[in-house]
Design a protein around this ligand. Structure first.
Ligand code: BGC
Length: 529
C-alpha cells in the first residue's frame, strides 16, 4: 500500500506476553521521575517550617527567641520554586526535541542535582534560593519528560496504567518526604534539613542511571529520521528483532503519521494554537486546561494547608494528618491505575469530578453548620476530606497526566505537552499563593475558612463540564489512532467512534487532502507500542 501502513494483525506481544513486558517494565521504571517530583515538593514545604532552617536563614527575635523569615522572604522561596518548575517544564520541550526524551531526563537530573547541592551547602538565603531555582527547573523538566517518554514507549493497551504509575510515584515521593521530614525535623543541627534535601541525590542518581540504560523513544528517532535506531529501540522495547514485520509495520505507521504532519510545515509554538483539520487548537487547550482543572480540584489545599485546617477541627497531631492523607493518596492511586484501562479516561474523570464535588460541598456545609467543639461532626468532616482525596487519587490525579501524554500529534507533542505541564505549575503556584488570603481570618484576607470548600466544590463541577465537552475517550488506541479519532469525531461522540476503531481496525493512508485518516477494514486489533 503506497504511503501507508496497516495497523492490523495479531500485534506485538499478542502471541508472546514476554515481548510486551520488556517495554512495560522499561517505561514503568521511568515513573521513578515521579519520586523526584513528589519528594521535592513534599520536602520543601516541611523544611521551611523546621527550627534549624528558620534560624539559619531567618532572624531570631531577641524578645521571644523564636526564629522566623519575613513574609517577603517566604513568598520568595515559595514563588522561586514555582518559577523554576514552570520554566523548567517549558524548557523541556526544546530539550526533548533536540537531545531526545532520554538524554533530556539525564540533563534535567544534572540541573536538579546542582540545585540540591546548592541547597545542601547553603548557609545564606540567596544560595538556598538559587538552589531552589535549579532544583525546581530540573523537577519541571522531569514532570513533562517522563509522561511523554512513557506515552511514546509503552504498549497502547496498558499506556494509561503505565503513565498512572508516574502519578503513583509522585504520591510515594510525597509520602516518603513527609516521613523523612518528620524523622529529622527536631535535630538540633543543620542535619534537620540537610538530610531530607541531600537524600534527593539518590533519587536523581537512580533515575539518570536507569534512563541511560533504557532505549530512546522510537517516535522521536523517527522524527529525527534515524530509522535504523528507531527500529533498534522498538525492538528492545518489544523484544523482537529490528527487521521483524511487526516492528517494521509499526514504524511505518508512526512514519506515515509524522510525514503528513511534516508536510504541513515545521511546527512552532504558534502552530499549537491553530485550528487545523487535526484540531490542534482544541488539543492544546485541552492539555492546558486539564492540568489547570486538576489543580483547581483543590488537592494541594489539603497537601499544603491541610495541617492547619485539620488542627482547627480538633486533631492535634499534624504529623498524623499528613501521613494519613498521604497514605490515602498513595493507596487510592492503585485503583486508578487499574480503572484507567478498565473504564477509560473519560468515565474516570467524570466520576471523579462528581465524587469530589459532592464531598467538597458536604465538607463546606458541615464546616459552616457545626461548631469546632462538635467532635463527632468534625470527624465526619475529616472523613469526607479523606473520601475526597480517595476520589482525586483514583481519577484526576493519574488521568490528567495520562491525557496530557497521549492527545498530541508528534510534530507538536513536546511543545504542547510542555505548555500543559507549565500550566499545572502555574496554577499550583497561583492557588498556593492565593489560599492563605482566601482562608485566613486576618485583616486583608477573605476569612473563608471551611467555606473555601464551596469554591473547590464549584470548580469540581467545572471539571465535570470540561471533561464532558472536551476530553475524548482514548483508551487502548495507539497515539496515531488518537490522531484519527480527533480528525473524525468530537470528544462527546468519541466513546462510540473509539469502539468502532477498535472493532474494525484502521488503515492509515495519506488521503486526497494529504491527511492521514482512518479507513476501516475488518481485520483484528493490533497490540503495539
Ligand atoms: C498534582 C500535584 C499534587 C499531586 C498529589 C499531582 O498529579 O499535579 O499538584 O500535589 O498530584 O498527589
Amino acid at each position: 500500500m503506497a504511503g501507508g501502513a496497516i495497523a492490523t494483525g495479531e500485534g506485538v506481544g499478542a502471541n508472546a506476553p514476554r515481548n510486551v513486558w520488556a517495554g512495560i517494565l522499561s517505561t514503568l521504571f521511568a515513573a521513578f521521575g515521579g519520586i523526584l517530583f513528589g519528594y521535592d515538593t513534599g520536602v520543601i514545604s516541611g523544611v521551611q517550617t523546621m527550627k534549624d532552617w528558620l534560624c539559619t536563614f531567618g532572624k531570631r527575635n531577641s524578645v521571644t527567641g523564636v526564629c522566623a523569615i519575613t513574609s517577603s522572604q517566604q513568598s520568595l522561596v515559595v514563588s522561586i520554586l514555582s518559577a523554576g518548575t514552570f520554566f523548567g517544564a517549558l524548557f523541556a520541550a526544546p530539550a526533548a526535541d533536540l537531545l531526545g526524551r532520554r538524554w533530556s531526563v539525564v540533563l534535567a537530573v544534572l540541573i536538579f542535582a546542582a540545585g540540591v547541592a546548592m541547597q545542601t551547602a547553603a548557609t545564606e538565603l540567596p544560595l538556598f534560593v538559587v538552589g531552589r531555582v535549579f532544583a525546581g527547573w530540573g523537577v519541571g523538566m522531569v514532570s513533562m519528560l517522563v509522561p511523554m517518554y512513557q506515552s511514546e514507549c509503552s504498549p497502547k493497551w496498558i499506556r494509561g496504567a503505565v503513565v498512572s504509575g508516574y502519578q503513583w510515584a509522585i504520591t510515594i515521593g510525597l509520602l516518603v518526604a513527609a516521613v523523612i521530614n518528620n524523622a529529622t525535623k527536631d535535630n538540633a543541627s543543620h542535619s534537620a534539613w540537610r538530610i531530607p534535601i541531600a537524600i534527593q541525590f539518590i533519587w536523581g542518581f537512580i533515575l539518570a542511571t536507569g534512563m541511560v540504560l533504557l532505549p530512546e523513544s522510537p517516535r522521536w528517532l523517527i522524527k529525527k529520521e534515524r530509522d535504523e535506531d528507531a527500529a533498534r529501540a522498538l525492538s528492545r522495547l518489544i523484544s523482537l528483532p529490528p527487521d521483524h514485520p511487526e516492528v517494521q509495520g509499526e514504524l511505518d505507521e508512526i512514519r506515515v503519521s509524522f510525514q503528513h504532519e511534516k508536510e504541513l510545515g515545521e511546527s512552532s509554538y504558534l502552530d499549537c494554537f491553530r485550528p487545523t483539520h487535526n484540531k490542534i487548537l482544541l488539543r492544546t487547550l485541552t492539555g492546558i486546561f486539564i492540568q489547570a482543572w486538576q489543580q483547581l480540584t483543590g488537592i494541594n489545599f489539603i497537601f499544603y494547608y491541610g495541617t492547619v485546617f485539620f488542627k482547627n477541627s480538633g486533631i492535634q497531631n499534624p504529623f498524623l494528618i499528613t501521613i494519613a492523607t498521604n497514605i490515602i493518596n498513595v493507596f487510592m492511586t492503585l485503583p486508578g491505575m487499574w480503572g484507567v484501562e478498565k473504564f477509560g479516561r473519560r468515565r474516570l474523570l467524570l466520576v471523579g469530578a462528581i465524587g469530589m464535588c459532592v464531598c467538597e460541598f458536604l465538607v463546606a456545609i458541615i464546616g459552616v453548620t457545626i461548631s469546632t467543639s462538635n467532635t463527632a461532626g468534625q470527624k465526619v468532616l475529616i472523613a469526607f476530606v479523606c473520601i475526597y482525596i480517595a476520589f482525586f487519587a483514583s481519577t484526576w490525579g493519574p488521568v490528567a497526566w495520562v491525557i496530557t501524554g497521549e492527545i498530541f500529534p508528534l510534530n507538536v507533542r513536546a511543545k504542547a505537552m510542555s505548555l500543559s505541564v507549565a500550566s499545572n505549575w502555574l496554577w499550583n503556584f497561583g492557588i498556593g499563593y492565593a489560599t492563605p488570603y482566601l482562608v485566613n481570618k486576618e485583616p486583608g484576607s477573605a476569612g473563608l475558612e471551611a467555606k473555601v470548600f464551596f469554591i473547590w466544590g464549584s470548580t469540581c463541577a467545572g471539571c465535570f463540564l470540561f471533561t464532558y465537552f472536551c476530553v475524548p475517550e482514548t483508551k487502548g488506541l495507539s497515539l496515531e489512532q488518537i490522531d484519527i479519532l480527533y480528525q473524525n469525531t468530537t470528544p462527546m461522540r468519541s466513546v462510540s467512534y473509539r469502539r468502532q476503531l477498535k472493532r474494525d481496525g484502521v488503515e492509515l493512508v495519506v488521503g486526497s487532502h494529504g491527511g492521514p485518516h482512518g479507513k476501516h477494514d475488518s481485520t483484528s486489533e493490533h497490540e503495539k507500542v
